[in-house]
Design a protein around this ligand. Sequence first.
Ligand code: EPZ
Length: 423
Amino acid sequence: MKLKVYGNQKVNGVVPISGAKNSALPLLAASILSVNGLKLTNVPLLADIETTLSLLESLGVAYRVDQESLYANTVELKTGSIYNFTAPYETVKKMRASILVLGPLLTRFGRCRVSLPGGCSIGVRPIDLHLKGLEALGAKIELKDGYVHAVAPKGLKGANFDFPIATVTGTENIMMAAALADGTTVLRNAAREPEIVDLANCLNAMGAKISGQGTSVVMIKGVSSLRNTTEYRVMPDRIEAGTYAIAAGITKGRVDLIGGNFRELLPTFIEKMERIGLEFSDIENGLRAESSGEIAPVDVSSDPYPGFPTDLQAQTTALLCLADGESTVTENIYENRFMHAAELMRMGANITISGDKACVKGVEQLTGAPMMATDLRASFSLILAALAAKGDSVVDRIYHLDRGYCCVKEKLASCGVTVDRIS
Ligand code: EPZ
């Protein structure tokens, strides 16, 4: 499946922002912890959500999906009869976030087998810290035949664990495991992303006792079981919001991002976009992003929250290709997250990569070209460049796009922009 992107378009309209992929995925995994299941609202319509639901079903979780609105589903999960504790390679290789069932299965059932995720295009992405954290809670971990075999026959025990580096899903996995451990766990250098706060708030609604979420020290007082009947609304997707803000910036247009407090969710990103030439103003239940007509060069470096999100680096690099000057983009989180650069250069971008830095020399104009998406966020960066380019483009392998962005054609159409799926 490919996406035809017509050039010289201007974004001008309203985009309802969906529930956050990177919150919905851990929240779905968290349902495993509860005897009484979990009901989630504002769940985005994404391939990764479907993959996670089929993984949960293979474990014995029953679920029901109801359409809540044009861009959101309600998902009700029943977890009273989980009988299988293996997450197979076929699923995990499709989506690394499947590793998030490891903590919940282990702490509730005392054993599980989860395939090692393997690398992905943006980096090796090890899970060593997930495993070290579980061992700190008393788990016995063995790596065999490409699987993590984890057992905790007497259950997990609360402990202190210091993360050598801040890891988002690592923090989420250990936080979920600690929720049913015997005793108190204190995590230091925990990741501070808003999606972690969302997960902790949902776990507390389910009956867990977590505090400090959003700071680098998170305390979890273990409880014997989670029994509260819980309905929880997934937070809005700050990465989707940032992506559409850049769409306004690169096409010199304007977009109203509806459905969240995006100033709070994207502090550093907004500050950088203002320096590049985007103007932000608060509107009813959202934020307006409007181009000043300028795209100024700015140096950007990705860091853990509240720093500049690595998941908006590729999209920002596309924007800076049209800046009136030279910018340096530094990628501090992943070792190989500049693959979009080679594709952007086919449109006439002037980018030089050396190590963790991309030097972007702004050009007058990009020209449309056939391109290939390499990973989820890169796929949208190519679309952004293509919208502003002279002439039309075709982006191939947009299954990457469908993993993390729902209803792109419809949402762009609501901003007066046309793209077409072609086989
Ligand atoms: C989460 O991935 C997100 N995915 C990623 O979003 C996001 O890019 C990333 O956090 C950083 O913000 C989900 O939440 C499902 P990390 P995660 O563990 O948790 C190293 C997207 O586009 N590390 O915070 O896998 C790792 O190699 C995706 O939506 C270890 O060394 O990222 C990386 O360099 C892409 N050992 C750094 O930590 C470990 O055990 C941060 O990775 C774990 C991580």
